[in-house]
Design a protein around this ligand. Structure first.
Ligand code: NAP
Length: 328
């Protein structure tokens, strides 16, 4: 089969399209024919070998085939697989601990990572949800305890996760502020943001506004800046950003949270939660939360897709679409 393979950390150029052995499922695994796989900023961070990526592979990548979001069809199952059978259409998130590998024509994975895909969604649409939408949902609803009428701010609102987070916050009845680059602000208004901020023009932590819930996808500031931007009972959740900010929010944020009424901490994330994916499928069908696909690339152009994510102001998600009939 064809797969995108890398042997060392680096820029998208280290990714190569190669012919590799088609995997054989172990007893508790399914072999899935990949139809679509979306690209996440986390894929770029793992490729470049940022701090979080190096826990599993300090010197070189732990998993040779990248990619975590998956939508596809089960082709074969191991002898202990109970819930799936060949022909089932599934979606899932193959990030830690499920071994990645979705930038390939086929992948073998534990059945625990796979959930039946709603028939109403295309494979491309389905591939955008497993990581970005689940993190947004669990952060806002579970850890963030979002309530109608609250002032909620999403920083990084125009990217893969943010476009889901804005729609979810609106669904829960919040007054939503979306922060991103100028070219994305009209789109943020069109998906329901009540207020928008161009991050190049205004620092949301210094505007004097106070928010009940902040979900920050690209957090690079001091924990004290975030505390200032919260209302007296406000909650700040970090999803992505710098290691320094993450550690500050983890350690100092825990202390601040214990001493006062403002809460600061990392987001919640339980991948492949069946009830949450079913709930997101309902929101897709009702039109309340839909994916925004900026561009589609074939498997051979994964390096270009990741370069686009890194260098261009992409809107929402970028999807890798497999063409199983075209073998070139
Ligand atoms: N905690 C977890 O469990 C977990 C799991 C997976 C991923 N993540 C993290 O989630 C993060 C975001 O993922 P994603 O896929 O949504 O990324 P994404 O698609 O690249 O979206 C990020 C958005 O932030 C915008 N942005 C860049 N700099 C900004 C700034 N200073 N202020 C405001 N907005 C800014 C980007 O716009 P421009 O490009 O136009 O500037 C882009 O629209 C990644 O860091 C990833 O590691 C966390």
């Amino acid at each position: 089969m064809k797969a995108i393979v890398y042997e060392k950390y680096g820029p998208p150029d280290v990714l190569q399209l190669k012919e590799v052995e088609k995997p054989i499922p172990k007893e508790d695994e399914a072999l899935v024919k990949v139809h679509a796989a979306s690209v996440n900023a986390a894929d770029l961070e793992i490729l470049r070998g940022t701090w979080a990526a190096r826990f599993g592979g300090p010197l070189r990548p732990q998993h040779k085939i990248p990619g975590s979001d998956l939508a596809g069809r089960v082709e074969a199952v191991g002898s202990n697989v109970k819930q799936l059978q060949p022909g089932d259409e599934i979606w899932g998130d193959l990030s830690f601990p499920y071994g990645y590998g979705t930038f390939a024509e086929y992948v073998c994975v534990s059945e625990n990572a796979l959930v039946m895909k709603p028939a109403s969604m295309t494979f491309e649409e389905a591939s955008t949800y497993p990581q970005s939408a689940i993190i947004s949902l669990q952060s806002l609803r579970d850890k963030g305890q979002i309530q109608p009428g609250q002032k909620v701010l999403i920083n990084g609102a125009g990217g893969g996760m943010g476009t889901f987070a804005v729609q979810l916050a609106k669904y829960y009845g919040a007054e939503v502020t979306g922060v991103d680059s100028a070219s994305k602000l009209n789109m943020l208004r069109s998906i329901g943001a009540d207020h928008v901020i161009d991050y190049a023009q205004e620092d949301y932590t210094k505007s004097g506004q106070r928010y009940d819930l902040i979900l920050d996808v690209v957090a690079y500031r001091s924990v004290f800046d975030y505390r200032r931007a919260l209302s007296p009972e406000g909650i700040f959740l970090i999803v992505g950003g710098s290691l320094a900010t993450f550690l500050q929010v983890l350690i100092l944020g825990a202390l601040i949270s214990r001493m006062g009424s403002k809460k600061l901490g990392p987001n919640a994330y339980e991948p492949n939660n069946k009830e949450d994916l079913a709930f997101l499928a309902e929101l897709f069908e009702s039109g309340d939360v839909v994916p925004f696909i900026d561009r589609r690339y074939p498997l051979s152009e994964v390096p270009e897709a990741i370069r686009y994510l890194e260098e261009e102001p992409h809107l929402g998600k970028i999807v890798i679409t497999m063409d199983h009939n075209n073998k070139t």
